[in-house]
Design a protein around this ligand. Structure first.
Ligand SMILES: [Zn+2]
Ligand SMILES: [Zn+2]
Length: 798
């Protein structure tokens, strides 16, 4: 039966089949357009729940995009068969003598083909028959049930294989087993793992049957990590075999399911939050870095699950799901689902279907796209690190902020929401201080740990005194060395990846630019390539300067790759790892870098902003910000906010346990106000300063900002479109229109860009604003320069 949220197959044009989602059921014939028949119903039960559809519409409306764009982002590919529909003969078909259907010659031929080939794509039938319009030929055959359609997902959806661990020799070979123990030597972790395996598998019990031991089960029981297991595999003791399993069928893994006891301070916060929800459905938990927010979240999640409800736990980075999922799995076992973009599509389809098929209490830990999952009974939404700009999707549409969408989703479910941060966004803190949100504050670190001491290092002054070597100032070098000698760890933060961001000919000044963007190329040493960080274009580093022909090309500046290399030389004998976009292309890589650092198998971690976000390592006593100047002084109203958040957060990685940590920030601009607030860990001071600036210059939260972008391959057409658009907007919105102006990078992937900013009063009706905006667009739509430009909107840019 067709229901709201069911997928159906609809034909558009002559060839294309699309899946569509049923949005409403009614019996009023629409006017003004041709109604398409539904070709097939794809699901016995709907794949989308009603509140999801409501959220899609809210997003499309608020962020000025189409519901189709939201649908594309929301639903995993495996649930969206498009044009790859297979046709086959229905084995259960029985001809009905009374039917007026008479097979044509062409239909008979198609039938014959299908008898031979069993299953064919429409395009394959077309190729085999040379018929132009196969769909018209087969439609009547589909209608009477002679043929059937099936979906691509059947092909693309792979059942999950689970890794099992086995010893490489047969049971009973005790000599070999003894040998294993001597091979392991003094590694406690490896020994524990082997003993745990013997225990779980029943190896020593010669009469009982040998039990299967999954990799996860072994790791959990031994309390160890994949690295330890890998070492045992490398030694030839274990092998890992993959076996197919129904992904969610087994709940045999034992979990302790015990919650840690909260400290007195944490318990107080917990009851304050519970009380706060009586009056405010959204609350902000403003807790300094290292204040133990995760423990509080865990207790809240537990309460909600016990009430039989579901929880969405949103974090900004995949690296955080890695660290948190270990902690949460120990408590919630397989009530925990993890969802993010590095998962394969099949894995995502699985999680989607699990949520769809059940009303059971579950907690989903995920990054931004998890707001689209089909929750049945959401009781709580937690958005951790709510200030993070990575909650906002830049490209493609929908350009939504998952934090704000999650709050709307919670409201639709009547659920409570909790935003958590050590550095709340200006908008959120404004709402909390004005009573729109509840506010609970933790101003001290967990278990008496103290906030790290921050030292601002004036690089210009030190350079004069010859106290800078490479990228390290002598104070930072001393601190790192000190940490190493005391068996502690260091994190070094640099907001640039690659080896050298500046490549230039020192004879003529030539510098390589991207072919398709208005940016310089960055040198990557590992790849030995020049790369564009905007579009991915790459080329060889020329041996001779292409402009003057001399052998005089030099590389300057420091990206993470170069820093890792130099640290390696500088701190000889200590282990250096790097975490940035280049070293974390797959989900295993994230996990490995983080776990190895957590186990103290690496000593120094060099990384981009990935290392700043909520990671929790006990042994880090020094954090170095190598070049704060790349964060300060951006020509944009969020410059200070971004810099403060980033610096305070990365500083917060230091000294999270008993030992006091320290932070060194290297800059040529030591008097910058943001640095002053970071040094004092003074969020309030920073906030007060920032909010008065925002008020003075009419920026959010005092206004709403919509940025309108235009892109065009023709630079002149792009400029003209921007002027036409701006003039039309001014007629309606007057002074609220700023621009047009070229963005910071004014050409990306062969497109020239222009932008216009629309600032409207915070209290204005956004519905009205968008109506007016649509009217403006309609009035200029026929202009050739507008027509040839791609226009899109960024609502609430971050
Ligand atoms: Zn040159
Ligand atoms: Zn490029």
């Amino acid at each position: 039966m067709v229901q709201i949220g069911s997928r159906v197959l609809v034909q558009f044009g002559k060839k294309k089949y699309y899946t569509a989602i049923v949005e409403s059921l009614h019996s009023t014939a629409p006017k003004g357009y041709e109604v398409k028949p539904i070709m097939a119903l794809l699901d016995a039960i709907p794949v989308v729940r009603y509140p999801q559809l409501k959220l899609w519409h809210w997003i499309a409306d608020y962020y000025l995009c189409t519901p189709g764009e939201v649908y594309k982002a929301a639903v995993p590919t495996g649930l969206k068969p498009e044009s790859e529909t297979f046709i086959s003969i229905n084995p259960d078909y029985e001809p009905d003598e009374s039917s007026p259907f008479r097979m044509t010659e062409r239909q008979a031929l198609v039938l014959q083909l299908l008898q031979q080939k069993k299953r064919m794509r429409i395009s394959e039938i077309e190729a085999a028959t040379d018929y132009r319009n196969v769909t018209a030929i087969i439609n009547p055959m589909l209608e009477i049930g002679m043929l059937e359609i099936d979906e691509k997902v059947v092909e693309h959806y792979k059942p999950k294989k689970i890794s099992f661990v086995e010893l490489t020799f047969p049971r009973g070979d005790n000599e070999r087993l003894h040998e294993c123990f001597s091979q392991i030597g003094r590694s406690r972790q490896q020994e524990k793992t082997l003993v745990a395996y013997l225990d779980l598998s029943g190896w020593m019990n010669q009469r009982g049957e040998l039990r299967d031991v999954s990799k996860q089960q072994l790791l959990d029981t031994a309390g160890t990590t994949p690295g330890v297991l890998r070492a045992l595999v490398d030694k030839g003791i274990f092998r890992v075999v993959k076996k197919t399993l129904n992904r969610f069928a087994t709940d045999t893994e034992k979990h302790t399911r015990t919650l840690s006891t909260l400290s007195e301070a944490q318990s107080k916060v917990l009851s304050e939050l519970k009380e706060g929800w009586q009056s405010h459905s959204i609350q902000l938990l403003h807790g300094v870095t290292g204040s133990g927010k995760t423990e509080i979240y865990t207790h809240l999640i537990d309460t909600v699950l016990r009430d039989g409800n579901q929880v969405l736990f949103l974090v900004p980075e995949i690296s955080l799901t890695t660290q948190l999922s270990d902690r949460l799995r120990k408590v919630f076992g397989n009530k925990l689902l993890v969802y993010h973009s590095k998962f394969s599509d099949s894995e995502r389809v699985d999680i989607w279907k699990r949520l769809l098929s059940t009303n059971e209490p579950l907690v989903v830990l995920g990054v931004r796209s998890s707001v689209f999952l089909p929750f049945a009974r959401l009781g709580l939404v937690i958005v951790d690190e709510e200030h993070e700009s990575s909650f906002k999707q830049y490209d493609p549409a929908p350009r939504y902020n998952a934090r704000d969408a999650a709050l709307v989703l919670a409201q639709m479910h009547g659920a409570k929401s909790l935003l958590g941060s050590a550095t709340p966004s200006i908008e959120t803190y404004y709402k909390a201080s004005n009573g729109k949100y509840g506010l609970v504050t933790i101003s001290e670190r967990f278990e008496g740990a103290t906030l790290p001491e921050v030292e601002i290092v004036d690089m210009a002054a030190l350079r004069k005194k010859k106290e800078v070597k490479g990228i390290l100032s002598s104070p930072l070098r001393r601190r790192i060395l000190n940490a190493m000698e005391n068996k502690k760890q260091a994190i070094l933060f640099q907001n640039r990846r690659g080896f050298a961001p500046v490549v230039v000919c020192d004879q003529c000044g030539w510098s390589p630019k991207c072919r398709d963007c208005d940016v310089s190329l960055v040198y990557h040493k590992n790849l030995d390539l020049l790369r564009c960080h905007y579009c991915g274009f790459s080329q060889q580093l020329p041996k001779l300067c292409p402009a003057c022909g001399q052998n005089s090309i030099r590389t300057f500046g420091y990206g993470t790759e170069r820093i890792a290399e130099e640290m390696h030389k500088e701190f000889d004998g200590y282990r250096v790892a790097r975490m940035d976009l280049d070293t974390t292309r797959n989900k295993e890589a994230y996990q490995e870098i983080i776990e190895e650092f957590a186990r103290h198998e690496t000593d120094i971690l060099v990384g981009t902003q990935m290392v700043s976000k909520g990671l929790d390592f006990g042994d880090v006593t020094i954090v170095g910000v190598l070049n704060a100047d790349t964060l300060l002084n951006f020509p944009d109203f969020r410059s200070n906010e971004r810099a403060f958040n980033m610096l305070e957060q990365v500083a917060g990685r230091a000294g999270r346990r008993k030992e006091k940590g320290s932070v060194i920030i290297q800059t040529v601009n030591p008097a910058h106000e943001v640095l002053r607030y970071v040094k004092a860990h003074d969020y309030e001071g920073y906030y007060n300063n920032e909010i008065s600036d925002r008020s003075r210059y009419a920026y959010p939260p005092f206004t709403k900002v919509i940025v309108i972008y235009m892109k065009n391959k023709d630079a002149v057409a792009c400029d003209r479109a921007a002027v036409i658009f701006t003039m039309a907007l001014r007629k309606v919105f007057g002074e609220r229109v700023l621009g047009p102006e070229k963005p910071f990078v004014s050409r990306v992937a062969t497109y020239y860009l222009q932008s216009i900013m629309l600032k409207v009063e915070a209290g204005a009706s956004m519905k009205k604003v968008k109506e007016l905006l649509r009217a403006v667009i309609a009035s200029i739509a026929s202009e050739p320069d507008i027509k040839s430009s791609v226009i899109y909107y960024d609502v609430d840019p971050v």
